[in-house]
Design a protein around this ligand. Structure first.
Ligand SMILES: [Zn+2]
Length: 77
């Protein structure tokens, strides 16, 4: 038996931008999980996700914003 209210991380694919992303949620037993995940996939913030991907690729927005700003300052003349 699954524990009630245990956290689950599920990999979803956005139906709009086709990005894969992970949603973590607490599901209680009895919930229509498939409908729930579908709803979560549909409320994906495509614009924010795209922005995040773009900045990750360019390397400007690293995981450490302080380091990134230092690097940017160093690059200035
Ligand atoms: Zn999306």
């Amino acid at each position: 038996m699954a524990k009630r209210g245990s956290a689950r991380a599920v990999r979803l694919n956005c139906p709009k931008c086709f990005s894969a992303f992970t949603v973590v949620a607490y599901l209680s037993q009895g919930i229509a999980a498939n409908d729930y995940w579908k709803a979560r996939a549909e409320e994906h913030d495509c614009a924010a996700h795209e922005k995040m991907l773009t900045s990750a690729r360019s390397g400007d927005a690293s995981k450490n914003p302080l380091k990134a700003s230092k690097a940017a300052a160093r690059g200035k003349k």
